[in-house]
Design a protein around this ligand. Structure first.
Ligand SMILES: Nc1ncnc2c1ncn2[C@@H]1O[C@H](COP(=O)(O)OP(=O)(O)OP(=O)(O)O)[C@@H](O)[C@H]1O
Ligand SMILES: [Mg+2]
Length: 213
């Protein structure tokens, strides 16, 4: 269970997140919805430690942690960025294997097996030697998802996973997210979206955020 208590995030004097508390149970899908500028991406960046918070506390299974100081070997939170952020000069397989290799220092063969297994689960069998430019938008997104999953996070966050996709792929992403919850991976997921319909379709709970100023 992930718990955030009394999170405050400001940029200079502007308060973006004002005293937010939220709890995400194991296996739950929490959708965070709200208008542009409400602080959805900022919230994800705080949870993943990319952004320092002004105040507030984070707990995993009741134990406090500091996302900005996490030892990456026990990567708790993974994130699929809105623009995927794949390395253009690396193949699909190398994109996926890079972080487990560098950060977790895992055995190459083990990482490769996991990567190929995840790729085939997400319908990307045979794509491992391609470069990102040779993939469709939906395929790139799934590679980004596999890359995050390869680090074996407990919590997986997505920033606007459907914004660049046509309706058909949108349904596919919804299926993948819901599927990850029920599979043996038992993922806890936070999905940032401005698409209320999508949120209602996938989420167990919906957190609505508003623009403060
Ligand atoms: N690094 C930063 N420095 C200063 N202000 C920032 C920074 N990052 C975000 N902001 C401001 O914080 C507010 C929230 O931004 P954020 O990107 O979290 O919104 P969002 O809800 O994700 O919007 P969208 O739906 O358009 O993606 C915006 O007003 C933005 O300008
Ligand atoms: Mg955003």
């Amino acid at each position: 269970m992930l718990e955030i208590k009394n999170l405050v995030k400001k940029f200079d004097d502007r308060t973006i997140i004002n005293n937010l508390s939220v709890r995400v149970e194991d296996n739950e899908i929490l959708a965070v919805v709200g208008p542009s500028g409400a602080g959805k991406t900022t919230l994800l960046r705080c949870i993943t430690g990319l952004e320092k918070v002004n105040s507030g506390k984070f707990f995993w299974n009741g134990e406090e942690f500091d996302p900005s100081k996490m030892d990456q070997k026990n990567s708790l939170v993974g994130v699929v960025f809105q623009d995927y952020q794949l390395f253009p000069n690396l193949t699909v397989l190398d994109n996926i294997m890079l972080a487990p290799k560098l950060v977790k220092k895992m055995d190459n063969e083990v990482i490769k097996k996991t990567a190929l297994d995840l790729l085939s689960r997400l319908g990307l069998e045979g794509k491992e030697t391609l470069y990102p430019y040779q993939l469709s938008g939906g395929q790139k997104q799934r590679v980004a998802l596999v890359r995050a999953l390869a680090m074996d996070p407990k919590v997986l966050c997505y920033d606007e996973p459907t914004s660049a996709l046509d309706p058909e792929l949108r349904d596919e992403v919804a299926k993948i997210i819901v599927d990850l919850k029920s599979r043996e991976l038992q993922m806890t997921q936070i999905v940032v979206t401005h698409d209320m319909e999508f949120a209602e379709k996938i989420a167990d709970n919906i957190l609505k955020v508003e623009q403060l100023s």
